[in-house]
Write a protein that binds this ligand. Structure first.
Ligand code: PLP
Length: 407
């Protein structure tokens, strides 16, 4: 990879300077967070946007706003980032793992249906790699069983599902601005929702539960006469301090102005990979169902070399030798991560175990067979190339590597 400076060559510096010139407020006093929120909400045609310091704290806040608590279960895909499970655990609730479709790698609605119990409170479809999960049956299940739906769009910006933007379908959508994502503020996140009560709860959760925070307004020092009073009571809910710094919001605003370019660039790289791979038997690219427009956070494919005695690592080595960027592996399934698998808080003889977890927290092998068979084969190829020369280099590395192993 070449320099990454091209990613920040819009109005980032200009907006950061505005923040500094204005005296460097926090998100409770400055205006940059508000500007980013309004621009993001407008772009998605959603009423409320709330900025956060990560795409993990967003998940925590959304679940808390849903009222997820001890004894509740939240269905999450087995194949996703740890944040999806830890956000549930932060609410003292139990993550229940559902399987994926072996071709799209997205949450399987049929397994979601099987995993619903009377304790299920919410489901968290993740737009894995930038592709929409099959939202229609998930929303039907949610309506039927009274579940809340949290769309995790950390990896999906401007992806589409049946004519709708991913992130405008569930009750709440969560985005991440961590540096590898389409839009970067170094670290950061944002929530979208049309629901005023949820937006209020989410914003208060993100900012210490200040009484004078509302759904559409994060600034708390607007009315000095109110808080310059010894009798003023500031907090009517519990909240964390999950706010996004103003300088990061400034970078985010500039990034959002170029969002079409960023997404288009990733789609272009993905199409190059698709053109080179064709129907080569070694790689089976993530299937994009009809009605979906992929946003290609990354280009994912199932490596099928195992049957021909070619190891995952061998393919990666050759790809790198041929000038490829490297190949990322999928996360371990959540229930195979030591922090979950060996969790001491969910029972099994632990004296401090929370009684609500006992028996409900399943970390057994075999519960998500598709995810278990697909995960070791997954390869993720980078899509954040700077321009034509870098795209051509990756496409060429792919072609040479496939040629090397033959058909
Ligand atoms: C699917 C998914 N959800 C959530 C997150 C968490 O985002 P963050 O790193 O901003 O906390 C990430 C990325 O790291 C992610 O890929």
């Amino acid at each position: 990879m070449g320099s990454m400076a091209w990613r920040f060559s819009g109005r980032e510096l200009e907006y950061v300077k505005e923040v500094l010139d204005s005296g460097f407020g926090s998100s409770t006093s400055g205006t940059m967070n508000q500007r980013l929120e309004r621009a993001f909400a407008e772009r998605f045609g959603v009423r409320y946007a709330v900025t956060f310091n990560s795409g993990t704290s967003t998940l925590h806040a959304a679940l808390a706003a849903f009222g997820v608590g001890p004894g509740d279960e939240v269905i999450v895909p087995a194949l996703t980032v740890i944040s999806c499970a830890s956000a549930v655990l932060f609410c003292n609730a139990v993550p229940v793992f559902a399987d994926i479709d072996p071709e799209t790698f997205e949450l399987d609605p049929e397994d979601v249906a099987r995993k619903i119990t009377p304790r299920t409170k919410a489901v968290m479809p993740v737009a894995l790699y930038g592709l929409a999960p099959d939202m229609e049956p998930i929303m039907l299940l949610a309506r039927e069983h009274g579940l809340r739906v949290l769309e995790d769009c950390a990896q999906c910006v401007l992806g589409e599902y049946k004519g709708r933007l991913v992130g405008t379908i569930g009750d709440v959508a969560s985005f991440s601005f961590e540096n590898s994502k389409h839009l970067s503020t170094g670290d950061g996140g944002l929530i979208l929702t049309d629901d005023e009560a949820l937006a209020t709860a989410i914003r208060k959760f993100s900012s210490l539960g200040f009484v004078n925070i509302g759904a559409g307004e994060g600034r708390v020092r607007l009315t000095k006469d109110m808080f310059q009073d010894p009798d003023f009571k500031r907090h009517d809910r519990f909240g964390w301090q999950y706010r996004l710094p103003e300088v990061c919001a400034a970078v985010g605003l500039a990034q959002l102005e170029r969002v079409d370019y960023f997404v288009e660039m990733r789609r272009t790289m993905a199409q190059r990979y698709l053109d080179v791979i064709g129907d080569h038997p070694l790689l089976r690219p993530q299937r994009v169902p009809g009605g979906c427009v992929h946003s290609y956070y990354t280009f994912a494919a199932r490596f099928e070399g195992g049957q021909r005695g070619i190891a995952w690592k061998e393919f990666r080595e050759k790809y790198k030798e041929h000038g490829g960027d490297g190949i990322y592996a999928a996360w371990s399934l959540l229930y195979n991560e030591p922090v979950i698998k060996e969790a001491r808080f969910y029972g099994k003889g632990c004296p401090t175990a929370c009684p609500h977890y006992a028996g409900a927290f399943n970390v057994e092998a075999g519960q998500c067979p598709n995810a278990e068979s697909v995960q070791p084969k997954l390869m993720q190829f980078t899509t954040n190339q700077a321009g034509e020369a870098e795209c051509a280099q990756q496409a060429e590395a792919m072609r040479k590597t496939l040629d090397y192993f033959g058909t």
